[in-house]
Design a protein around this ligand. Structure first.
Ligand SMILES: [Zn+2]
Length: 135
């Protein structure tokens, strides 16, 4: 697995959602980091975390999803962001996101979206390009 695992950063203020997504994604073979709001998410990224994909809630205290997205793109970080949120919260965040997964989350839909967007940015980290393997 070393050097060949895929990582996901989960940003959500709901601890139950964070932990259930962590369990499900770890079961699917991903390395998972979590953050409780956009500010914590930025701090994770500042400390050398380089996720393949970021899962982002929108309505959060301290720093919301749209505020996080703005700061991320201001820092020229092009990591794919999948918004995981309730319908109706998307309006402020519809720029620069890879896709939108509504809550309650369907795991198969989420895993498909992650597979689609994972690793577009990390070909340079591999000696030879190979098809992404996630299962
Ligand atoms: Zn990946």
């Amino acid at each position: 697995m070393h050097g060949n695992s895929h990582s996901v950063l989960v940003i959500d203020d709901d601890v139950d959602i964070r932990e259930s997504l962590r369990d499900a994604l770890e079961d699917a073979g991903y390395e998972v980091a979590t953050a409780a709001n956009g500010r914590e998410g930025l701090e994770r990224l500042e400390h050398a975390l380089k996720p393949c994909v970021i899962l982002l809630d929108l309505m959060m205290p301290v720093m919301s999803g749209p505020e996080f997205l703005f700061a991320l793109r201001e820092a020229h970080d092009a990591t794919p962001v999948i918004v995981v949120s309730a319908y109706g919260e998307l309006a402020d965040a519809d720029t620069g996101i890879a896709c939108f997964i509504p809550k309650p989350v369907r795991l198969d839909t989420l895993l498909k979206a992650i597979r689609l967007h994972c690793c577009r940015l990390e070909v340079h980290e591999q000696e030879q390009p190979k098809p992404p393997r996630h299962m």
